[in-house]
Design a protein around this ligand. Structure first.
Ligand SMILES: Nc1ncnc2c1ncn2[C@@H]1O[C@H](COP(=O)(O)OP(=O)(O)OP(=O)(O)O)[C@@H](O)[C@H]1O
Ligand SMILES: [Mg+2]
Length: 285
């Protein structure tokens, strides 16, 4: 049981003078419980990878299957993959929040009562009271509320694979934490693929990291392998260092002799910096 992306290659405007390759032979497996973090510079193909994984852009070659069913086949893979678009709040269309969130489950053939129950449960799971927010008009929401409603609309379908395209962009710290908590909860019953420019929020709990460059996989590995490769990825302009390892890299660049590997853990980093400082200043005290 997995979302299997096999050698996915994707061209926009294929066959025309404007043809451009956005994804080049990318393979990836996402299983239930996984959190795969996808990083890469702007234009590197992250959104295209998620669209391909959701079956909404055609592949030039390769395949994507959810639990053995091709995602391009709506009859077999229906509802198994849920995609939260980059800037999803631009896509509200119902007159109320509850109707917008109930649309997905209703469209999957669930009864009206079940669709509304799924919508309400999803709104609660993103920290919004269905009684208060359900009757609201989507365009009356604040940016952070709108993002959470959009996430609820995807969660209401109860997808087995949840694809999130920059879900924390533009949110305040509370909103970002709410998204992180939802991701943690969803992993009990789904696999999650998240594209983010906010790696510190998701990396500590990630099961794998993928870095794209010009549509191809430039790095794939565990979080600790990613931290090991980070100096090279940063130098190549393929990844931005999260705050904690960035502080360590800056200290090392200034001559601090660090005793351990790069880490995301604030306390461990503080101990490394303190040790480096006491080593430097040891004779001065
Ligand atoms: N509909 C489209 N038609 C033509 N080219 C496109 C289309 N969508 C994306 N592209 C191109 O495909 C490449 C990959 O785009 P994509 O949106 O996947 O990048 P991204 O990594 O998500 O970038 P960002 O971090 O800015 O969101 C880019 O060169 C982009 O210009
Ligand atoms: Mg994108």
């Amino acid at each position: 049981m997995a979302l299997e992306i096999r050698s996915a290659t994707c061209d926009y405007a294929a066959g025309s003078a404007m043809a451009s390759r956005a994804l080049e032979a990318v393979s990836l497996t996402v299983e239930c419980g996984d959190l795969v973090v996808v990083l890469g510079p702007t234009g590197s193909g992250k959104t295209t990878l998620l669209r391909a994984a959701a079956g909404i852009v055609p592949l030039t070659s390769g395949s994507v299957e959810a639990d053995g069913a091709p995602v391009m086949d709506p009859a077999s893979a229906r509802g198994s993959v849920g995609l939260l678009f980059q800037r999803p709040e631009a896509q509200f269309f119902a007159l109320t929040v509850e109707d917008d969130c109930a649309f997905g489950p209703r469209n999957l053939g669930r009864s009206e009562a079940d669709a509304r129950a799924d919508a309400d449960a999803a709104l609660s799971s993103v920290g919004l009271d269905p009684a208060e927010f359900g009757p609201r008009e989507p365009w009356s929401l604040s940016g952070g509320e709108a993002r959470r409603v959009a996430l609820a609309g995807v969660l209401a379908m109860r997808p087995r694979y949840l694809l999130l395209d920059e879900p924390t962009a533009g949110l305040d710290a509370v909103g970002c934490d709410a998204v992180r908590d939802v991701v943690d909860a969803v992993r009990a019953s789904a696999g999650v693929l998240v594209v983010t420019h906010d790696p510190e929020r998701f990396l500590p709990r990630a099961s794998a990291v993928l870095v794209l460059s010009h549509g191809a996989v430039a790095f794939r590995g565990t979080v600790s392998e990613f931290l090991g490769a980070l100096p090279g990825l940063v130098a190549a302009g393929l990844a931005e260092a999260p705050d904690v390892p960035r502080a360590l890299l800056l200290a090392a660049a200034k001559g601090a002799r660090l005793s351990g590997e790069l880490t995301l853990d604030t306390s461990a980093a503080a101990r490394m910096l303190a040790a480096a400082c006491s080593g430097t200043d040891g004779g001065a005290r």
